[in-house]
Write a protein that binds this ligand. Structure first.
Ligand code: ATP
Ligand code: MG
Length: 502
């Protein structure tokens, strides 16, 4: 066990937490004579200025589970009890999630994630937390109400924007290796720097991540992707060696190979660092987790398809398809929800297609094929393509962006044409027959076309009421025209029909 370094306490003003639900919980504890503290994410976010958090972490001195049940009764809710961890969660209304833990001491046995938990003091409770910024408590009951308990310098670390562990990080991470993932997660989420001792410990203990359940790992990994700048966390995972264990296919993209032809050396770009940039670019434009994930894996097939071809340079032929096919395994291993697989595959498979369609002479049907294959993901595909431009050369960036604009313009044109082709008079044939008394005949087609032209010319809107009114208004006039031009109003005879279709 590492030594706890207690910092000299500075005098601090008491803080006042103003939250109606929190106040009721505090009053309940007070009435029961229970000592209660808020801790963890709630306190951290409070000091970071996010004071409207609805997920509140409480530490109860004593029996957290029976207190949670009492709270649940008060709010007419139901406590969700995690017996094994002696924690409970009480949802209140649609927004609030109250988490209760009893103060506890955790002792870890090697090769297991399951600690032996015994009752402990508030100090024990704070000491077993992952980072100093998550180990600040605020008393919400008793004469000390509002007092901030900050044993490990968490407030200072918040203001310095740095992640540190309360104990020696080797101890902290050895006890629960998931905390290494959490370091990367909080670094990315809060855009904090990371204590070099943490980085060091992560390097030394990286392999220990393998004892943690995939669900917990994936949970933190996806939180990294949801962060404002995911590359901060991903880079840390890579440089410490964790990525190798949790996502080897991604780690395999790192590195640059050099091919020598005579005296000339040819290097390709580092696909991993390119990928990080693409993920950040997408993250700037979209909160969509699966679009971000698609960005993360868009070049995943490149490690397998990399070849140097003399006269051409480095190539990655077919990496889109190879990558798309790797994804099922990756989804399964990471235990990702399978209902997002198809979407991610689609984006990976198609991410070079818009670029292939920039030439002037591309046919409508090539554009149409892209529209059909991308389906609902078409806009996201273009967003990904634009994010994929990571050149430092502004001329190239401008040129590529203009290319994508042009292809997208074609997409809009083809869509518009197809819409018109599928378009029909809102007053249908059957009704025209009933109104006019004509047979299904060229005259009916003539009337339909009159209505359609009026809509296309913008004379009337494309709706039934307007079309019908317009028809009735002009019907006599059009009937005269039909007569004058000799347009048949009766069904063509069988013989004539077969002739016409010849
Ligand atoms: P978020 O805002 O994402 O909910 P959080 O800080 O509330 O962040 P949680 O995972 O909800 O994070 O955990 C609540 C608190 O419990 C943390 O702030 C931390 O003090 C403690 N904690 C959670 N997981 C661990 C862990 N694996 N090891 C040590 N302490 C942990
Ligand atoms: Mg939380």
């Amino acid at each position: 066990m590492g030594k706890v370094v207690l910092r000299p306490r500075r005098k601090r003003k008491k803080v006042e937490l103003r939250d109606p639900v929190l106040e009721q919980v505090a009053a309940l504890a007070e009435a029961e004579g229970i000592e209660l503290y808020v801790v963890g994410g709630y306190v951290r976010d409070y000091f970071l200025g996010k004071k409207d958090r609805r997920e509140i972490d409480f530490t109860v001195i004593g029996d957290a589970l029976s207190f949670a049940k009492l709270v649940a009764r008060h709010f007419r809710s139901k406590a969700v009890i995690y017996e094994r961890f002696r924690t409970a969660m009480v949802p209140v209304g649609k927004e609030y999630r109250l988490e209760f833990v009893g103060t506890r001491r955790e002792q870890y046995v090697p090769d297991s994630r399951k600690p032996i938990v015994t009752e402990g003091t508030l100090v024990d409770d704070l000491e077993r937390r992952d980072f100093t910024i998550n180990a600040i408590a605020i008393a919400v009951t008793g004469p000390e109400k509002g007092k901030v308990i900050d044993l490990f310098g968490g407030l200072q670390d918040l203001s310095k924007k740095i992640l540190r562990t309360p104990k020696d990080p080797l101890v902290t991470f050895d006890e629960d290796p998931l905390r290494m993932m959490r370091a990367a997660r909080f670094a990315a989420q809060l855009q904090f720097s990371v204590d070099p001792a943490i980085v060091d410990a992560m390097k030394r203990l990286a392999e220990r991540i393998t004892i943690v359940s995939q669900e917990r790992i994936t949970d933190e990994f996806l939180k990294i992707l949801q962060a404002p700048k995911p590359s901060i966390g991903l880079k840390l995972l890579y440089t410490t060696g964790l990525l190798q264990f949790i996502f080897p296919e991604l780690a395999a993209l790192a590195g640059v190979e050099v091919y020598q032809v005579g005296k000339q050396e040819y290097a390709h770009k580092d696909v991993f660092f390119h990928t990080l940039q693409v993920v950040d670019n997408v993250a700037e434009k979209s909160e969509n987790l699966w679009l971000r994930f698609a960005a993360l894996v868009h070049d995943i097939g490149k490690a397998k398809t990399k070849r140097f071809i003399e006269g051409k340079g480095w190539t990655f032929y077919g990496h889109e398809e190879v990558g798309a096919r790797m994804l099922r395994r990756i989804f399964r291993t990471l235990k990702l929800p399978m209902d997002h697989l198809e979407y991610v595959q689609k984006l990976v498979r198609l991410h070079h297609r818009p670029m292939a369609l920039v030439q002037e002479e591309v046919t409508d049907s090539a554009i149409r094929r892209l529209i059909v294959q991308a389906g609902d993901a078409l806009e996201d595909l273009f967003l990904l393509c634009r994010a994929d431009i990571t050149s430092k050369n502004p001329h190239i960036v401008r040129k590529y962006l203009a290319n994508y604009d042009r292809v997208y313009q074609r997409v809009l044109e083809v869509r518009e044409k197809d819409k018109l082709r599928a378009f029909q008079s809102p007053v249908r044939g059957d009704e025209l027959i009933a109104i006019t008394g004509f047979d299904p005949s060229p005259a009916i087609g003539f009337l339909k076309k009159k209505i359609e032209d009026a809509i296309l010319d913008g004379i009337i809107p494309n709706d039934y009421e307007a079309a019908k009114a317009y028809l009735l208004e002009h019907l006599d006039e059009w009937k005269r025209e039909i007569e004058a031009r000799g347009i048949p109003t009766t069904r063509p005879k069988r013989r004539e029909r077969s002739e016409a279709s010849r």
